[in-house]
Write a protein that binds this ligand. Structure first.
Ligand code: FES
Ligand SMILES: [Fe+2]
Length: 384
């Protein structure tokens, strides 16, 4: 059972987030457990982060053909991503303009979207095509009726959506990160594995887990440790919208797997792990990369869309399968430990613990600084 708050915890949470602002890495402690278990705090995070900031919904290749679409729920907001037959990829509110039914479900390729309730039909740009028996309505112009369009941007082959019309420009925000990773050319990597899962942990636990190298050796001793051990982790200077660390390879990659020609020798031998909070984490390797798109379902459940993208076309199916197997194996190790983390965080005996050295857990501190900076963002947007 999750911890229920008798008094509103939000003011206490806000005060403790403010208190850590600007403090150094060597003073870092983990957050109190209630940050990960309180439903009211999750609601604040949805309002102030997931409904305000840019969030990644997947890869452009998922909707590569005209008519391709996928639908999803983003913290209670039904959204439709569709490659229109006019060639434009759009994010649309997946809500029928008649009486509000969620329009499309799942994914596929289509010429039109038909609402199951009264059969209003929309084309792949969101324009209403047909509304049976509506001709006699005097204040309704079918030509002016279309699904609401949301901000949608593309960066490094990823698709981003934003529900806040006042959101800052995505590419400007990500310019410092782009400088760091541009030689890996994620936009040229091709998607060979995609999965949707629900994990029994708070969304922050999963983001923190992906973003720290401290656990690579102890938790993934038989898997990741052999390739990217904790001792090779180095913290990277965070930006306003990202943070990350790098980790070297313990042995050199085979010559045919060294990645893009723009990479320096050092980059070829280094993975870059970055997060663009609240929902995207990416592990870049010169040969292939992994990504997770996170969105909370409840304080103790997170939906994870995960994928692997590969550089070049020299990969045999067997090589791809073995990369997928390593990824699934390590993700399962993480999944199991994070269920235990969530249980421990709900314990009345849990107290914040000290964070390890900057190269190992400095990114967790960077994440808390982001949480601290972004709190109250919803009210600021409403005022402006
Ligand atoms: S709610 Fe969609 S057609 Fe009526
Ligand atoms: Fe891990």
């Amino acid at each position: 059972m999750t911890q229920q708050s008798k008094v509103p915890l939000n003011p206490i949470f806000r005060k403790s987030l403010r208190a850590l602002r600007g403090k150094g890495y060597e003073q870092g402690f983990s957050l109190p457990g209630a940050f990960y278990t309180d439903p009211a705090w999750l609601q604040a995070e949805c309002d102030e982060l997931f409904l305000q900031d840019w969030f990644c919904v997947g890869r452009v290749e998922e909707v590569s053909q005209a008519g391709d679409f996928f639908s999803f729920d983003h913290v209670g907001q039904p959204i439709l991503l569709v490659h229109g037959r006019d060639g434009v990829i759009r994010a649309l509110a997946n809500v029928c303009r008649h009486r509000g039914t969620v329009l499309a479900s799942g994914s596929g390729n289509t010429r039109k979207f038909l609402c199951p309730y009264h059969h209003w039909a929309y084309d792949t740009t969101g324009q209403l095509l047909n509304a049976p028996h509506m001709e006699s309505h005097q204040a309704f112009d079918m030509k002016q009726c279309r699904l609401k369009q949301l901000q949608c941007e593309f960066w490094q082959g990823f698709i981003f959506v934003n529900l806040n019309p006042l959101a800052p420009d995505l590419k400007q925000e990500l310019a410092p990160l782009e400088k760091l990773i541009k030689n890996y050319h994620l936009e040229e990597m091709s998607l060979r594995y995609l999965a949707d899962e629900v994990w029994d942990t708070n969304w922050k636990c999963l983001l923190e887990n992906f973003m720290e190298g401290y656990h690579l050796t102890p938790l993934h001793r038989d898997t990741l440790h052999k390739v990217n051990p904790s001792r090779l982790c180095e913290h990277l200077k965070p930006g306003k919208r990202h943070f990350g660390y790098s980790v070297g390879f313990s042995t050199r990659l085979p010559a045919e797997r060294i990645g893009h020609r723009d990479l320096s020798d050092r980059e070829m031998d280094t993975c870059i792990m970055f997060a663009m909070p609240p929902g995207l984490t990416v592990g870049i390797g010169s040969d292939y990369s992994s990504f997770l798109c996170l969105r909370p379902l409840s304080p103790s459940q997170v939906s994870v869309k995960m994928g692997l993208i590969f550089h070049g076309d020299h990969w045999s199916q067997q090589e791809v399968d073995s990369a997928i197997e390593l990824f699934q194996h390590t993700m399962n190790e993480d999944k199991q430990v994070l269920t235990r983390v969530q249980q421990g965080l709900a314990s009345r005996f849990h107290e914040p613990g000290p964070l390890a050295a900057r190269d190992l857990e400095g990114t967790i501190w960077d994440f808390y600084q982001y949480l601290s900076r972004r709190q109250g963002s919803a009210s600021k947007t409403m005022k402006s």
